[in-house]
Design a protein around this ligand. Structure first.
Ligand code: NAP
Length: 250
């Protein structure tokens, strides 16, 4: 069979941080599976190219702009998506930022910005989307990070936000299980995107040496893990963290 199976045909997905990197790969993969996709970035303009690429798979796709950390604006956006795309079946909280610095040099602003986007942003979307997801018996997938499990020097803010996201994932899984909503996290290792492009060559070499599979990961490889959890394979999985890191955290 040349065309991939469209197990998300007729479903509506929201993907945050869809303008580039992992979020773009997730949006494209879900569209290839037949889902209508709401592509969210800091501005609709930034998400437009991904939405257009999704539409080429023959699905409805729209671009939306919001700062995921702003509670009221996120609630409005979730209502708008439901009205425009006709429901909500899958929420992928992928938007994220880093502001790396050693603890003693880290500013309060850098701590707050990372937690507000990576953790509160996901909470904002989950809270706004939980009623429609209960109705559709939908799925929630949060993009965490292996450093949320292992910690990382220079990333106290980021690791704390991702560890928090894992705690949020497990709590939401327990709260919404009776409504048949599954909530899981995917924890990527070192994936080639804009986020990791700034790492200096020496640090990159050391990192590569620490990855048992001997290479960095591709955004598409994270998208395939999301695809699995969003599809039939994820029906009886909830509250779990699927690590996609080439063995980095072993
Ligand atoms: P990226 O290339 O830097 O893209 C980040 C995305 O998040 C962009 O679409 C950006 O939108 C969006 N975003 C950032 N702040 C936002 C905000 N306040 N409101 C709305 N959208 C916002 O990052 P990536 O590498 O693809 O990472 C995606 C996710 O995977 C993140 O949660 C990251 O922590 C996680 N992760 C990445 C790696 C890795 O190695 N790359 C490893 C582990 C986990 P704009 O284009 O509008 O700025």
């Amino acid at each position: 069979m040349s065309e991939i199976e469209q197990h998300l045909h007729g479903k509506v997905a929201v993907v945050t941080g869809a303008s580039r990197g992992i979020g773009r790969a997730i949006a494209l993969r879900l569209a290839a599976r037949g889902a209508a996709v709401a592509c969210v970035a800091t501005s609709a303009d930034r998400a437009r190219d991904t939405a257009q690429a999704c539409a080429q798979a023959g699905v409805r796709a729209s671009a939306y702009g919001v700062d995921v950390g702003t509670t009221d604006a996120v609630a409005e956006l979730v209502s708008q998506v439901q009205a425009e795309l006709g429901g909500l079946d899958l929420l992928v909280n992928n938007a994220g930022i880093t502001r790396d610095q050693l603890l003693l040099r880290m500013s309060e602003a850098d701590f707050d910005a990372v937690v507000n986007t990576n953790l509160k942003g996901a909470w904002n979307f989950i809270r706004a989307a939980s009623r429609p997801l209960m109705k559709s018996r939908g799925r929630i997938i949060n993009i965490a990070s292996v450093v949320g499990l292992t910690g990382n020097a220079g990333q106290a803010n980021y690791a704390a936000s991702k560890a928090g996201l894992i705690g949020l994932t497990r709590s939401v899984a327990k709260e919404l299980a009776s409504r048949q909503v599954c909530c899981n996290a995917v924890a990527p290792g070192y994936i080639d995107t804009d986020m990791t492009a700034a790492i200096d060559p020496k640090a990159r070499e050391a990192l590569l040496g620490a990855i048992p599979l001997g290479r960095t990961g591709l955004a598409e490889e994270v998208a395939l893990a999301v695809d699995f959890l969003a599809g039939p394979g994820g029906a009886y999985i909830t509250g779990q963290v699927l690590v996609v890191d080439g063995g980095l955290s072993l």
